[in-house]
Design a protein around this ligand. Structure first.
Ligand SMILES: Nc1nc2c([nH]c(=O)n2[C@H]2C[C@H](O)[C@@H](COP(=O)(O)OP(=O)(O)OP(=O)(O)O)O2)c(=O)[nH]1
Length: 333
């Protein structure tokens, strides 16, 4: 019944595909999860696991993906689509958080599947859903799961008790969480090579950005894609100024590459700048305003775009450097 499946573009890792569960997955899912060694580590899984529950659960995952409430996905091998486990996120949209969970069938243990897929799912979620934080927990006696969480960048935040259906009561767990900085590529950046480098201060990064303004006075924001630092935050279009380039030339190039529009230098009006210390560099970012361009604004790099009324800019999570610019822009427009 492919047409009853929710619209969700599968997430690929090197070896696996995270895709919506299908009714046809029920038998294999039941075989893998109806195993005490698996069920005992999961909070919301009963043991024994009734066969009918697999069908009901799969149907409910489709509904919840369609509603944007939870993303419980099959972990399938890319080469032959064999189901090896499940990974999921349950959202609390108001709190801008999601709870991560995963399990792998016993016959597939020992291949590093959990860190590969859970890391991908967490990075995807922070880049594509309106979240600031992902939480997870592992039974205190489940050192393997805690190690997976640490390996993908989660930090331990404390201990607590959680109800486990399979154990028939509350069990002690370690709690973990990750924010954008924990999972971003910048977190893995090496420390400065020599102490003198640090003592002289951070390098300055020059980035040119633009507030494109449409005839209705709305400003264009673009969402930083997965894989870049600060993924998932909304920003003014632009990018790094290359050696030998002027900020204006850099912007004209970036706008053509990223949005498919042509902007004349005379249409870029200098407006303000951001000067902000990030951990690894100091950002200096001139912000221009532009009301005239040629061509249709198109997301050429698959990034989400939003035309936002100045008064609504505060509803979009943006990099810390942009906060003062947003305030200035709101007053100006
Ligand atoms: N474009 C843009 N970058 C911003 C904003 N706010 C902010 O802190 N930044 C930071 C994020 C990045 O560290 C840096 C821009 O670098 P980038 O990596 O996106 O630049 P790029 O498009 O040249 O990317 P790449 O070719 O290196 O992939 O500036 C903003 O509003 N717009």
């Amino acid at each position: 019944m492919p047409d009853s499946l929710p619209a969700f573009t599968p997430l690929e890792t090197e070896r696996f595909r995270l895709r919506p569960l299908r009714p046809a997955d029920a038998a294999e899912m039941h075989r893998l999860v109806n195993d005490w060694e698996v069920a005992k580590t999961l909070a919301r899984v009963p043991f024994p696991y009734p066969r009918d529950l697999a069908d009901e659960w799969i149907a409910s995952t489709a509904e919840r993906i369609a509603a944007g409430e939870a993303y419980h996905l099959a972990i399938a091998r890319r080469e032959d689509d064999v189901l090896v486990g499940c990974a999921g996120l349950t959202l609390d949209r108001e709190a801008r958080t999601a709870e991560l969970g995963y399990w792998v069938g016993r016959r597939h243990w020992g291949q590093g599947i959990a860190p590969e897929v859970a890391g991908r799912l967490a990075r995807w979620a922070l880049a594509n859903l309106d979240l600031d934080r992902i939480t997870a927990s592992a039974l205190t006696d489940n050192a393997r799961s805690a190690a997976v969480l640490r390996r993908i960048g989660f930090r331990e935040t404390g201990e607590g008790m959680q109800d486990f259906l399979s154990r028939g009561g509350a069990m002690p767990v370690r709690r973990f969480e990750a924010v954008r900085a924990d999972l971003s590529p910048l977190a893995a950046a090496p420390a400065p090579a020599a102490p003198e480098v640090a003592a002289q201060g951070k390098p300055i990064l020059l980035v040119a950005a633009v507030g494109l303004i449409d005839p209705e006075g709305r400003v264009l924001l673009a969402r930083r894609p997965e894989g870049k630092p600060l993924a998932g935050l909304w920003e003014f279009p632009g990018g790094k100024v290359r050696p030998g380039e002027t900020p204006e030339a850099a912007l004209i190039r970036e706008l053509r590459e990223e949005l498919g529009i042509d902007v004349a230098e005379a249409c870029l009006a200098p407006f303000a700048f951001a000067s902000h210390g990030y951990e690894a560099f100091h950002l200096l970012m001139p912000l221009y305003l532009c009301r005239r361009w040629e061509g249709q604004v198109t997301a050429l790099e698959g990034q989400a775009l939003a035309w936002v009324r100045p008064q609504r800019l505060g509803d979009y999570a943006m990099p810390p450097a942009d906060k003062p610019l947003v305030a200035l822009l709101r007053d100006f427009l």
